[in-house]
Design a protein around this ligand. Sequence first.
Ligand code: 0L1
Ligand code: MG
Length: 261
Amino acid sequence: MTYKWNVSSAAHTLIDAENRRQELGKITDEWPELDLDVAYQVQDETLARRLMRGEHVTGVKLGLTSRAKQERMGISSPLTAWLTDAMTLAEGVPLQLDSLIHPRVEPEIVFVLGEAIEGPGITAAVALQAVRSVHAGLEVIDSRYRDFDFRLPDVVADNASSGRIVTGGLSVAPAGLDLALEPCVLHVNGEVVHTATGAAVQGHPAEALALAANTLAARGVALQPGWIVYTGGLTDAVHLQAGDHVVAEFGHLGSVVMTAS
Ligand code: 0L1
Ligand code: MG
């Protein structure tokens, strides 16, 4: 009998689960040797399969950059993953819940790059100089694993639970902003459910951007001009139900709105 798991079969299993909107058990339960290097190879293979079906890369996202997210998921290491155009949801277009498995939503601070950032050795200050604009964002995460129950290699392989992103239309220049102090209030159906400031993400969202540049450099990737960077959930994520109206309200970045149907 041949062993079931390798980079190709893991990528196939994850993309197939996403296509069929079906939950999986943790891959590491059956493939305990799956380490981080190989998990990132699986992630890259899932990207290759997305590109083969016509998607293109629009940027990267970080995950598990805040204590709120790390404590909820029981994992203390940040990770990176890919964003493609198919994940973009325009503000005002309802999120179709039946296109996903068990979506949750979280507020994020988002960078759009004006210049490339190539690690290693990038500091937050240097990273911030490459930012063209800063935005309010909502990320809809949709783990392919049952009950969002995973270990770090599982979630890395699963492209950090990527689902959809909704980026606020207000485009703010980074100069003059203090993103560590930037307040965020997450409202669902008119109720405040979570609050945070930008410092929740690695002390400052630009630290997350530098982290992405430095860790991706180890995989031979430079952040490109025009790429969008989701810096990680500022707060715990919220389960979505049909009819939910979600607003992430920031201090200087405006608000971003999403409705689930
Ligand atoms: O922004 C984030 O921290 C996303 C983390 C992805 C893992 C998850 O919570 O499913
Ligand atoms: Mg996120």
